[in-house]
Design a protein around this ligand. Structure first.
Ligand code: NAG
Ligand code: NAG
Ligand code: NAG
Ligand code: NAG
Ligand code: NAG
Ligand code: NAG
Ligand code: CA
Ligand code: CA
Length: 666
C-alpha cells in the first residue's frame, strides 16, 4: 500500500514535469521555409495535431523564473487542414510594460497566418506582457496554424523575477464554426436559411467566430420556414462589449425581428454576455441583425437554429388533460392528472385553478401549469382567489415550505428559476414572465375540508402590460407619446401594479411640438436598487432619462429605490424626451406610475404647483409582502458592497441605514 502510493507520487510528478517541460531548439525550426527564424535567431518548438489533440505549453523553466536574454522562441501550433487552434492561458507573469505601455519581455501571437509559419512580412496580431489580469485569456487562429513568439530582454546579472506562462492548446474542428446557410450574392455578410425536407437545423455565428468580430461589422441572417413551421433560435454564447446602460444605446448589439426584414417587430435585443437565449418566431420568418462599432471588439456570438412544427415545451410528455370523470376524490398523485399546457396559439387567455375549485383540492398532489408562447409574448398572471391550507395559523414570517403552496417559475438566461412561492390566504401580486414561457406549480401536502384553493387569470400579452401610448415595433418594449395626439397622460412600468418582470427594458419616447418640454411626475415609485447611482454593479434596477434618442444622457441622474418627493419631478430640455426602465435578473419591486405633460413656454409660468395633487407615499409594509425578494438579502448585499467597494462606502451605509430603520409610515 505504502509502496504503491509512493510509486504513484513519482509517476504523477514525472508526468507533470514532462507536461510542462519544453525543449526549444534551432533544429526544430528546420521545416520553416522562410528566414524569419534565422534572422531573428529563434529557437522553435512545434505542436502538431496528430496524436494528442490538446496539451500544455509553457515558458522555459515554468513555474521557476524564465531566463533573461531569450531572443526569440517560436511556438508553432499546426493542425490539419480542417482544424483551428485555441490557446487558453492558465497562468501569465511577465515583466510589466514600461510607463509608455511598451513591453520589454513579450508574447506575440500570429493568429491569422496563411501558411503554418511566420516570415519577414508576417504581422503579429497581439502583443502582451505583465500580469494575468491584463491579457486575453483565450485566443483562436483563423486557419490551421498559430505561432506564439516569446522574448525576454537582456538583464545584467540575475534573471528577472517572473514565472512566465502556462497554457493549454487545443485543435478544434473548423467545420463546427461554419455557417450552415447560403451566402447572399452582393452582400458582404448576409446569409439565408431555408427549411426543406432535409434541412431542419444548423448554426450561425458572428463574423470570424470564434475569433473576435471585426470593427464596424454588420451581418444579416434571414430564416425562411415552411408553412406551419416556426423558427427557433438559441444563442448559446453571446459576448458583446457592454456598458452599464440600455442595450438600445449599445453600439454592439444583436437584434431579432419577427419577419423578413428590419421593418418587422423586434422580438429580441441582446448586448453584453449571455449563454442561453431563446427566440421563437410567431410566423414563418425571422431576421437577425448584428452590428458593432470599431471599438472594444469581443468574441461575438454562436447560435443554433431549428425549424419547428410545434413549440417544444421543456417538459415533453406532460399530459395536457384534466380528467373530468366524476370519480371519488383521488388521494395520491399517481392516480391524479392535473397538469395543463397552455400554448398561446390555442389559448390566448383564460384561467387556471386548483383541482375541483372552489371545492377542497386533494391532498398530496402536484400540478404543473405550463405556459408556452412565442415572439414577444409574455405571460401575465393575475391571482383572483387564494385559500390554501396552512398547518398552523401563519405568523408574521410565513414559511411556505411546510404548507400547501403555489410556486411560479420563469426562465432567465436559459435557466428555469423560481420567482417566488406563495401560501396561505394572501393574494400573490400580479406577475409577468421574463420571456415567452412560465411554469406555475401547485403543491398540496395536506389540504383540508375547508379550503377552496386558488384561481388565477392568465393572458399572453405583447404590450408588457403597458396600456397607454403607441407601441413601437422598432424595439422590444418601446412606447411613443405624441403631443399632437395627447398632451398629457400616464405611463407605468411593465406589469404595473404587479411586480415588474425581470430582465426587461422599456423605453417611453415623448415627442413634443415647437418649444414644448416634457414634465414627468412620479406619483408612485418603488424600483429595487441602491441609490444614488443605481448601477448594475450594485444589482440595481433603474429608471433613467435622456434628451437623446440613442445615446445615454450623462447629465441626467438615474432613479431607483424610493426617492423623496423633490426628486420625483423631471423635465426634459426640449421637445424630445426618453424615459428608460431597466430591470435585472434578480430582486423585484412594483415599479412606477407617472403623469406626463407636454408644456409650452407659457404653461410653465402659469402653474407652479403639481397639477395632479400630492404624491402618494407608498406604504412600505405592503412592499415587504409583495416583493419577491427577501429584504434581508438586499440588506446583506448592502453590507457586502460596503466591504467590496470603498468608494461607495457612504452610499451603501446610508442605504443599509435606510433598510434598518422601521418603515417611516408604518
Ligand atoms: C521578486 O519580487 C518580489 C516583489 O518585488 C520580491 O518580494 C521577491 O523577493 C523577489 N524575488 C526574487 C527572487 O528576486
Ligand atoms: C435543402 O437545403 C439545403 C441547405 O440549404 C440544401 O443544401 C439542399 O439541397 C436542400 N434540399 C432540397 C431537397 O431542397
Ligand atoms: C468604422 O466606421 C466609422 C464611422 O463610419 C469610421 O469613422 C471608422 O474609420 C471605421 N473604422 C474602421 C476600423 O473601419
Ligand atoms: C419588409 O418586408 C415586408 C413584408 O414582407 C415588405 O412588405 C417590405 O417591403 C419589406 N421592406 C423592405 C425595406 O424590404
Ligand atoms: C378519464 O378517466 C377515466 C376513468 O379513470 C378513463 O376511462 C378515461 O379514459 C380518462 N379520460 C382521459 C381523457 O384520460
Ligand atoms: C380573452 O380573449 C378573448 C378573445 O381573444 C377576449 O374577447 C376576451 O376579452 C379576453 N378576456 C380577457 C379577460 O382578457
Ligand atoms: Ca464595440
Ligand atoms: Ca431587479
Amino acid at each position: 500500500m505504502h509502496v504503491s502510493l509512493a510509486l504513484m507520487f513519482v509517476y504523477t510528478t514525472g508526468l507533470l514535469y514532462q507536461c510542462s517541460s519544453i525543449n526549444p531548439a534551432p533544429e526544430n525550426c528546420l521545416n520553416y521555409e522562410s528566414t524569419y527564424h534565422i534572422t531573428r535567431a529563434c529557437d522553435c518548438v512545434v505542436y502538431q495535431s496528430y496524436g494528442l489533440n490538446n496539451g500544455i505549453f509553457t515558458s522555459p523553466n515554468f513555474p521557476q523564473f524564465y531566463p533573461s536574454n531569450i531572443n526569440c522562441i517560436l511556438y508553432s501550433f499546426i493542425g490539419d487542414a480542417s482544424e483551428i487552434i485555441e490557446l487558453t492561458f492558465m497562468s501569465f507573469d511577465l515583466k510589466m510594460p514600461d510607463p509608455s505601455g511598451r513591453c520589454g519581455d513579450y508574447v506575440r501571437i500570429f493568429q491569422n497566418l496563411e501558411r503554418p509559419e511566420v516570415n519577414e512580412h508576417s504581422q503579429y496580431d497581439l502583443e502582451f506582457c505583465g500580469g494575468y489580469s491584463s491579457i486575453p485569456k483565450t485566443v483562436f487562429s483563423a486557419g490551421r496554424s498559430l505561432v506564439l513568439e516569446f522574448h525576454s530582454d537582456f538583464r545584467v546579472g540575475k534573471p528577472g523575477n517572473y514565472t512566465g506562462f502556462k497554457g493549454n492548446y487545443q485543435f478544434l474542428d473548423k467545420r463546427n464554426y461554419l455557417i450552415t446557410g447560403s451566402r447572399v450574392e452582393g452582400h458582404k455578410c448576409m446569409f439565408d436559411f431555408h427549411s426543406n425536407i432535409s434541412h431542419h437545423s444548423g448554426r450561425f455565428f458572428s463574423p470570424g467566430y470564434p475569433q473576435d468580430y471585426k470593427p464596424n461589422s454588420s451581418c444579416r441572417f434571414r430564416f425562411f420556414a415552411r408553412l406551419g413551421e416556426r423558427v427557433r433560435l438559441l444563442f448559446t454564447n453571446i459576448q458583446l462589449h457592454h456598458i452599464d446602460a440600455s442595450c438600445r444605446d449599445s453600439p454592439d448589439v444583436i437584434t431579432v425581428y419577427d419577419g423578413t426584414n428590419e421593418s418587422a417587430p423586434v422580438i429580441g435585443e441582446f448586448c453584453g454576455v449571455h449563454n442561453a437565449e431563446e427566440v421563437i418566431s410567431t410566423g414563418t420568418n425571422l431576421f437577425v441583425a448584428f452590428t458593432c462599432d470599431d471599438r472594444n471588439q469581443k468574441q461575438g456570438f454562436a447560435a443554433s437554429y431549428e425549424f419547428i412544427n410545434k413549440i417544444s415545451t421543456q417538459n415533453n410528455g406532460v399530459r395536457s388533460i384534466k380528467n373530468d370523470s366524476n370519480s371519488a376524490m383521488p388521494t395520491s398523485s399517481s392516480q391524479f392528472q392535473c397538469n395543463e399546457n397552455m400554448d398561446s396559439r390555442s389559448h390566448r387567455n383564460g384561467t387556471i385553478s386548483s383541482p375541483f375549485y372552489p371545492e377542497p383540492y386533494p391532498s398530496n398532489i402536484r400540478c404543473r401549469y405550463i405556459f408556452t408562447g412565442g415572439g414577444r409574448e409574455r405571460i401575465q398572471l393575475r391571482f383572483l382567489h387564494m385559500d390554501l391550507h396552512v398547518p398552523r395559523e401563519p405568523t408574521s414570517a410565513v414559511d411556505c415550505k411546510e404548507a400547501d403552496s403555489v410556486s411560479v417559475y420563469i426562465v432567465i438566461n436559459g435557466k428555469t428559476e423560481v420567482l417566488n412561492t406563495w401560501c396561505g390566504r394572501k393574494l400573490p401580486p400580479m406577475l409577468m414572465s421574463s420571456q415567452h414561457n412560465m411554469i406555475v406549480e401547485f403543491q398540496s401536502l395536506h389540504s383540508s375540508k375547508s379550503v377552496t384553493g386558488f384561481k388565477a387569470q392568465y393572458s399572453f400579452v405583447t404590450n408588457f402590460g403597458i396600456h397607454e401610448g403607441q407601441q413601437d415595433n422598432r424595439g422590444m418594449c418601446v412606447f411613443n407619446y405624441q403631443s399632437s395626439v395627447k398632451s398629457s397622460g400616464e405611463i407605468t412600468s411593465p406589469n404595473y401594479n404587479g411586480l415588474y418582470p425581470r430582465n426587461t427594458e422599456c423605453h417611453y419616447l415623448f415627442y413634443g411640438r415647437g418649444k414644448e418640454r416634457v414634465q414627468i411626475i412620479f406619483v408612485d415609485f418603488d424600483v429595487d436598487g441602491l441609490t444614488p447611482r443605481c448601477e448594475e454593479s450594485t444589482y440595481s434596477d433603474y429608471v433613467s432619462f435622456s434628451n437623446f434618442a440613442e445615446t445615454e444622457d450623462r447629465k441626467m441622474t438615474r432613479l431607483c429605490g424610493q426617492p423623496p418627493a423633490e426628486k420625483r419631478e423631471i423635465w426634459s430640455d426640449g421637445p424630445f424626451f426618453r424615459v428608460i426602465f431597466k430591470s435585472n435578473e434578480m430582486y423585484d419591486s412594483t415599479g412606477f406610475q407617472a403623469y406626463y405633460q407636454f408644456k409650452g413656454p407659457q404653461d410653465e409660468h402659469e402653474e407652479e404647483g403639481n397639477p395632479h395633487g400630492t404624491i402618494i407615499e407608498r406604504d412600505r409594509k405592503r412592499n415587504s409582502g409583495n416583493t419577491a425578494y427577501n429584504s434581508s438579502e438586499r440588506k446583506h448585499m448592502a453590507g457586502y458592497l460596503t466591504l467590496a467597494s470603498m468608494t461607495s462606502l457612504t452610499v451603501a451605509c446610508l442605504t443599509l441605514g435606510l433598510f434598518l430603520l422601521p418603515p417611516r409610515l408604518a
